[in-house]
Design a protein around this ligand. Structure first.
Ligand SMILES: N[C@@H](CC=O)C(=O)O
Length: 343
């Protein structure tokens, strides 16, 4: 699989959406990942990216993509790519992704369908990069999925303390950008809290259990911990928050937990991968931290309010839903696969 390859050529599906835009921004000047194709919906094929995109994220449209002509999602249009990155919306992703996979292309996808497929690794690189090793046994092409944005953010502080946890109770406060650029009307969310996000609670439970479990070639053994989730939408633009209460299975001290969170480093940090945050978990001492408006980091998660009382650990975590939770995790997965020699 790509032995001796210096550069990784990628194409992006859904390149004009919020996650696609972040992928393009993060890949500007990347040391070894190069964009060779951008695709968007059929009506835009053949037009220049810069003429079509409604650029919404911070900064300008990077020069290097402005004149690129958009291609279709047909496998023939992605033959030059070593990996196709899918930033397609969940409701349309699978038919396209499976068509590309059946044509022999490698896919890393941010979309939810097939995340729980026992043969498809679900990867948050710092949390479970080892799960990628099953791809070494495959003869042909492969597919890798990103977790749901909230599962990506929450799994990070759980990883270094996973042995202490018995049961989890989680309430999320998820920003409006998680629903996409056109996801929620201003009238629905301004001055409001919506205590329901379709499918989200189940995804957080089963995806965290998959990532913190063991991945074998043809099945995975889940972590096996009960996770009770209430997911809410709040009038915040960027950054998802989760309030976590963990019933511990043994005595622990809050300072020990903080120490484990602060010291946590994984393969992406050891290999100094370009998109890896130096400190993946920032523990903030401020009494009112973490806040999405003040403490959001693109790739690290920020943790505060760490206490233990009656054997119940409480912590609050925030993370960038579009970068750590989507575009950034995709790129870090590619970097991790390259450093492992899988790509
Ligand atoms: N489903 C999430 C988006 C991240 O995957 C949300 O609705 O916020």
């Amino acid at each position: 699989m790509g032995e001796g390859m210096d550069r990784v050529r990628v194409s992006i599906l859904g390149a004009t959406g919020l996650v696609g835009q972040w992928m393009i921004k993060l890949l500007a000047n990347h040391p070894f990942i190069e964009i060779v194709g951008l695709s968007a919906s059929p009506g835009k094929v053949g037009r220049k990216y810069g003429d079509v995109v409604h650029w919404f994220i911070p900064g300008d449209i990077p020069e290097y993509v402005k004149d690129m002509a958009l291609v279709s999602t047909d496998p023939a249009d992605h033959k030059a790519a070593d990996v196709v990155l899918s930033a397609l919306p969940n409701d349309v992703a699978w038919p396209t992704e499976s068509k590309l996979a059946n044509a022999g292309l490698n896919v890393v996808s941010n979309a939810s369908p097939e995340r729980m497929n026992p043969r498809i690794p679900l990867i948050n690189p710092e949390v479970n990069w080892e799960h990628l090793n099953i791809l070494r046994d495959l003869k042909g092409n492969w597919m890798v999925k990103n977790p749901n944005c909230t599962a990506a953010i929450i799994s990070m502080p759980l990883k270094p303390i996973q042995d202490l946890i018995g049961t989890l109770h989680i309430v999320t406060l998820q920003s409006v950008s998680g629903a996409g650029y056109l996801g929620l009307s201003y009238l629905a969310i301004d001055g409001n809290v919506i205590p329901f996000i379709k499918g989200e609670e189940e995804k957080i439970d089963i995806e965290i259990n998959k990532m913190l479990g063991k991945q074998l070639v043809d099945h995975y053994d889940p972590w096996g911990k009960p996770i009770y989730v209430t997911a809410t939408r709040v009038p915040v633009k960027y950054g998802h928050t989760a309030v976590i209460h963990a019933i511990l299975n043994r005595n622990a001290d809050a300072n020990q937990v903080i120490e484990r969170l602060r010291r946590f480093k994984s393969l992406p940090q050891e290999k100094e991968l370009p998109t890896a945050p130096r400190e993946p978990i920032k523990v903030l001492d401020r009494v009112d931290a973490p806040q999405p408006a003040r403490d959001l980091d693109p790739m690290a998660v920020s943790v505060g309010r760490v206490t233990i009382r009656d054997n119940v650990l409480r912590l609050v975590v925030i993370g960038d839903n579009l970068v750590r939770g989507a575009a950034g995790i995709t790129i870090l997965t590619i970097e991790t696969m390259k450093t492992l020699g899988i790509l």
